[in-house]
Design a protein around this ligand. Structure first.
Ligand SMILES: NC(=O)c1ccc[n+]([C@@H]2O[C@H](COP(=O)([O-])OP(=O)(O)OC[C@H]3O[C@@H](n4cnc5c(N)ncnc54)[C@H](O)[C@@H]3O)[C@@H](O)[C@H]2O)c1
Ligand SMILES: [Fe+2]
Length: 384
């Protein structure tokens, strides 16, 4: 057996209503002044109320930074750091989707560090430690609560990652009740993102290992089994809990067996056309999988009955194809756009997208099949 390493968040509290424990958790980490990093949608949906009451009850002073925007731009991250500095924060609570959690992770690190944001892009450049950090996901989702990754939009459209163990929080709090009101389109897009995390972890070229495989399979079982109910019956607590747990397990899997070409081709779509992260993944997912199938058929065939228990197919290739067809049908059924043209992308944009996708070398090295520029062009053309 090949050797491997595994890292994840060291404490996870998973229970409906668990956000009422946040004050005690923050205090337990030694924080007396917490900066809450979130976005306006979360505040408007009143999702913070229990957390705020618990902070008051625990005697933890707090200030709310509500200006997180999707696909965190550099300037916004720095503004959040400045808000924390002005407040004298000694702890950070990231509360929301991947955008809020990714921002919170960087704020917790940069408030304590002498390093600048520009110095920490890439893998393993953070030095020293960060402030106490609790993360609470409200989408299911990025799995950011268990990943050492923050994704930032630099310049107009490029996405860069900071990947360092310091970005894993002290505690992840999974409160599925927070996701009960997540709108259908966001539920669908973020749910597909999580499924992509599990699939790409399972086929990850160099770091796939027995733990990431186990987590990816269980993640897919939960996500595929609950995504329809979560979309069509949003108040279904069991389905919501299954999605939140599945997204976290997928996050654990891809932290240790990184994602690949679906994400590499999705990032330029999100960056140039302001398409939400989950939707941009969904738009290219099945096309990348069809491209990967010659190299990944056996692995896809192993996942196929987990995603679709009644799936047929006599050979690995047939099972892989049936799974990819099934995923395409699922994406349409849950109401997501299915073609790049529906988000304003035409044939003329393909060379630019393919050029940008080729820059995502951090991700492309993990793909089960090598992707050249001409392949990226063909995949985008198929997705139009
Ligand atoms: N760190 C990682 O490992 C990782 C992995 C994948 C993606 N990402 C990043 O995460 C970001 C995407 O995160 P996301 O998909 O969670 O979306 P998001 O955080 O951008 O949120 C999307 C929208 O959903 C709303 N929302 C969130 N929860 C809600 C709820 N419970 N009820 C009502 N509205 C709610 C928010 O207000 C926001 O308007 C991107 O920047 C992406 O690059 C990070
Ligand atoms: Fe993702």
């Amino acid at each position: 057996m090949k050797g491997f390493t595994f890292q994840t968040t060291r404490q996870i509290v998973s229970e409906p209503g668990a956000s009422a424990q946040i004050g005690a958790l923050m205090k337990g980490l030694g924080a007396a002044r917490a900066l809450i990093v979130t976005d306006a949608g979360i505040v408007k949906a009143k999702l913070l109320d229990a957390a705020l009451a618990s902070l008051r009850a625990a005697g933890v002073a707090h200030e709310i930074y509500t200006d997180v925007v999707a696909d965190p731009p550099e300037a916004m991250v720095l503004a959040a750091v400045e808000a924390g500095r002005r407040f004298g924060a000694d702890g950070v609570l990231g509360f929301g989707g991947g955008s809020s959690m990714d921002t919170a992770k960087l704020v917790a690190f940069l408030l304590k560090s002498e390093q600048t944001l520009g110095e920490i892009y890439g893998i393993g450049f953070c030095k020293g430690w960060r402030l106490p950090l609790v993360l609470v996901p409200t989408t299911a989702g990025t799995g950011s609560e268990v990943t050492p990754i923050s994704i930032v939009t630099t310049g107009a459209s490029e996405k860069k990652g900071v990947v360092s163990p310091q970005l894993l929080p002290d505690v992840a709090v999974l409160d599925a009740d927070l996701t009960l009101g997540l709108p259908r389109h966001v539920t669908a897009a973020t749910g597909i993102d999580a499924m992509v995390h599990a699939i790409e972890a399972f086929t990850s070229r160099h770091k796939k290992n027995p733990m990431s495989d186990t987590l990816a399979k269980e993640a897919l079982r939960l996500l595929a089994g609950n995504i329809r109910a979560a979309c069509f019956d949003g108040g279904n607590r069991e389905a919501r809990a299954g999605m939140l747990l599945g997204a976290m397990l997928a996050g654990m899997a891809f932290t240790n067996a990184p994602v690949a070409a679906v994400h590499a081709l999705a990032y330029p779509v999100g960056g140039h056309f302001h398409v939400p992260h989950g939707l941009s993944n969904s738009l290219v997912m099945t096309h990348v999988m069809r491209f990967n199938a010659p190299a990944a058929a056996a692995m896809y065939a192993e996942l196929a009955p987990i995603v679709f228990p009644k799936i047929g197919g006599a050979t690995d290739a047939a099972k892989a194809e049936a799974m990819i067809d099934g995923l395409a049908a699922l994406i349409a059924e849950i109401g997501l756009e299915t073609k790049l043209a529906q988000v304003g992308i035409s044939h003329n944009h393909v060379p630019m997208l393919a050029e940008d996708a080729m820059k995502q070398t951090r991700l492309l090295v993990n793909n089960p099949r090598e992707v050249a520029y001409a392949d990226a062009v063909r995949i985008y053309e198929a997705a139009l």
